[in-house]
Design a protein around this ligand. Structure first.
Ligand code: BEZ
Ligand code: FE
Length: 297
């Protein structure tokens, strides 16, 4: 294992890494090394640049804790999370509703809420939203008994865990689809928001002259044994940041129809114009149901 020169390093390393019983791990590690070495050669990486890269990796780890996952955020901001998500779901949109990033704000144990119930759990000023959603299988047959977690930001763009003024679990709920595959709830219209920019991901965005905003959206996690768990988001169709989501989460299929109502009788007596309605149909494909690891507690 004596290295002769720059050109012999990659082959020597690959041979050293060729052992181990896990075939898939060998494949991934070898490909990673090949691409990393090729990358360094392509850009002729200097030593100060190498140190800066290692510093960034270290800062990503140091910025990660129980309530913040900088590793996921960085992966999101370079489009890697969306790439992996689309490669692993829905046969590129042909067989199911497109999946989308889980994001860092899903929490387990959202309050169980009856269909039609409200997920506004503390006063949250903003236009009312009435959502009526349906889940069907790949043949269009309604799926009963899907457990659906819903979570979204407030009309000022903050999740409850980021905002002292909101009650615990505000704008979060767990629903179960009825015999027609429907679930429905009342909420307030979410707003877009900036992702956290106080860590190395923020440094990267500033260096690239990128804004840190996500377009307004509602998250859904749909779970039923026998079906592949669907993690997705539906985006507000008239949002200014749809075309430039900082984490590349918007696919065409996920742009919702958030209808604004300026007159008429609202679905609840205490609601005045304007209010919004959202109707959307999700498709779940047969497969394995498994919950993701919660990014925060
Ligand atoms: C979110 O939608 O909650 C999210 C996704 C990626 C980064 C930050 C937030
Ligand atoms: Fe979000």
């Amino acid at each position: 294992m004596i290295i002769d020169n720059e050109d012999s390093v990659t082959g020597v390393v690959l041979r050293a890494m060729a052992g181990g019983d896990d075939v898939r791990l060998r494949e991934i590690a070898a490909s990673f090394v090949r691409h990393m070495h090729a990358f360094a050669k392509e850009v002729r990486l200097t030593e100060p640049e190498f140190e800066a890269g290692i510093g960034m990796l270290n800062r990503i780890g140091q910025a990660t804790n129980d309530v913040h996952n900088e590793g996921i955020l960085f992966s999101d901001a370079i489009g890697f999370s969306t790439l992996v998500c689309l490669m692993n779901n829905g046969a590129n949109g042909n067989t199911e509703t497109a999946a989308a990033l889980l994001g860092p704000f899903w929490r387990m144990h959202s309050p169980v809420t009856p269909n039609g119930g409200s997920i506004v759990r503390s006063p949250t000023p903003g236009p009312a939203l009435f959502a009526d959603l349906q889940i069907v299988d790949a043949r269009g047959k309604p799926i009963e008994g899907v457990e659906v977690d819903v979570w979204h930001s407030s009309p000022v763009g903050l999740y409850e865990n980021q905002d002292q003024s909101q009650a615990d679990m505000n704008l979060r709920g767990k629903f179960t689809t009825d015999a027609e595959g429907h679930f429905s709830f009342r909420s307030v219209k979410p707003a877009g928001y900036p992702v956290p920019t106080d860590g190395p991901t923020g440094d990267m965005l500033r260096a690239q002259n990128r804004h840190p905003y996500r377009p307004a959206h509602v998250h859904f996690l749909c779970y039923k044994p026998g079906f592949k768990t669907l993690v997705t988001q539906v985006f507000v169709d008239h949002d200014d940041y749809l075309e430039s989501d900082v984490v590349f989460g918007v696919t065409r299929a996920l742009i919702g129809d958030f209808k604004q109502h300026d007159a008429g009788t609202a679905p609840a007596a205490d609601v005045g114009a304007p209010w919004y309605t959202l109707a959307y149909r999700f498709v779940m494909e047969a497969g394995e149901a498994k919950l993701p690891h919660p990014p925060i507690k």
